[in-house]
Write a protein that binds this ligand. Structure first.
Ligand code: EPS
Length: 358
């Protein structure tokens, strides 16, 4: 299940091509609406105010409402592309932004906003993953995410083992503790007024994955998840299970003891030796603060002259908020690919032996 995307943030359209999709999955244009709206800009005051309908056109690979097994092409036309900082951004480098490294690599300054490095590109990852999520759901696998930190704010009184997913979907921050939403509103309003940005931590949980998915050495499930999640713009860290907390743990604490009734913990994040254990797959993703800021910063122009940069356009004060459905999407895309590979080698997607409960 291979996905590639195309298009620039300020170009006429963005799109993706999905190759290797199983035939027979029912898909209609309206299936994309929910997840694309969860990721989209302009839906709350806490994200970029760019207004895009994000309507998916299915160009190929679907006939009479079902995938045919041939490459699927999806297209979303940009309707609100040109921002007011369009020209200014084309002549300067935003500190902390990919426009500098793109220019060094290709020698070309694409003036179309963030171009390929814009968060706009992630629309098509989410669209592709709608199909992956649908296939996975048919096998009892559900991939969901929530925000686990904004700046220095953590969820209060939150037990990661019992997430209230309805609560997560009921607020604009994908926050698991609804009582804290007024605090977050105030925090984000103050941040937006200040012109600065903050980072965030996203947690993704995939439930229902049977034991056995993942390759043992090359193509480990955790390696593929890390690679996929790290490929999202603004990601600076990925953890599986206990992640970096494992450094300070003792072996007796970290190991997830096994009883006939199930595993007694999940520090492994549902993966041992690159292969799923049958427990929930748990990933944490760190997002850096958005680099496009209203507060002046020092930089250089295309000729290397020192200039002051101020970004006046439509930007997210915390791009990590909208990253929740994007992280879910990348996890779902890895899982369907690993499931299909497992099926190709082992003949089925299920475990060989009776599974130990998670
Ligand atoms: C982005 C800048 C803004 C965001 C955009 C990501 O776009 P513009 O340059 O047109 O003002 O709105 O995000 C999206 C459009 C999207 O759909 O995610 C950036 O610099 O990354």
């Amino acid at each position: 299940f291979a996905v590639t995307t195309f298009g620039e943030s300020h170009g006429p359209a963005i799109g993706c091509v999905i190759d290797g999709c199983p035939p027979g999955i029912p898909i209609a244009p309206e299936d994309f609406t929910h997840d694309l709206a969860r990721r989209a800009t302009g839906r709350t005051r806490h994200t970029s105010q760019r207004r895009e309908a994000d309507e998916v056109e299915i160009l190929s690979g679907v006939h009479e409402g079902r995938t045919t097994g041939t490459p699927i092409a999806l297209l979303v036309r940009n309707t609100d592309a040109r921002s007011k900082d369009y020209d200014a951004i084309a002549r300067q480098f935003r500190p902390g932004h990919a426009d500098y490294t793109y220019w060094q690599k290709y020698g070309i300054r694409d003036p179309r906003g963030g171009g390929r490095s814009s968060a706009r590109e992630t629309t098509m990852r989410v669209a592709a993953a709608v199909i992956a999520k649908k296939w996975l759901a048919g096998r009892g696998v559900v991939v969901r995410g929530h925000l686990a930190q904004i700046g220095e704010v953590l969820p209060h009184g939150f037990d990661a083992r019992t997430v209230d997913w309805q609560a997560v979907e009921s607020n604009p921050f994908f926050w698991p503790v609804t009582g804290q939403v007024p605090e977050l509103e105030a925090y984000m309003d103050a941040l937006r007024k200040s012109g600065d940005s903050v980072g965030a931590r996203v947690r993704v949980v995939a439930e229902g994955v049977p034991p056995g998915w993942g390759e043992p050495v090359y193509g480990k499930l955790d390696a593929e998840l890390a690679s996929a999640l790290m490929s999202i713009n603004a990601t600076k860290g990925v953890e599986i299970g206990a992640g970096f907390a494992a450094v300070a743990q003792k072996g007796t604490e970290h190991r997830d003891e096994i009883t006939p009734d199930g595993f007694l913990g999940n520090h492994a994040g549902g993966i041992l030796g690159g292969i799923s254990t049958g427990q929930a797959i748990e990933c944490g993703v760190a997002f850096k603060p958005t680099s496009s800021l209203r507060l002046p910063g020092r930089t250089v122009d295309l000729d290397g002259n020192p200039v002051e940069v101020v970004t006046t356009g439509r930007h997210d004060p915390c791009v990590g908020i909208r990253a929740v459905p994007i992280c879910e999407a990348m996890v779902a895309l890895v899982l369907i690919d690993q499931a299909l590979r497992h099926r190709a080698q082992c003949g089925d997607v299920g475990p060989v032996h009776p599974r130990i409960p998670g």
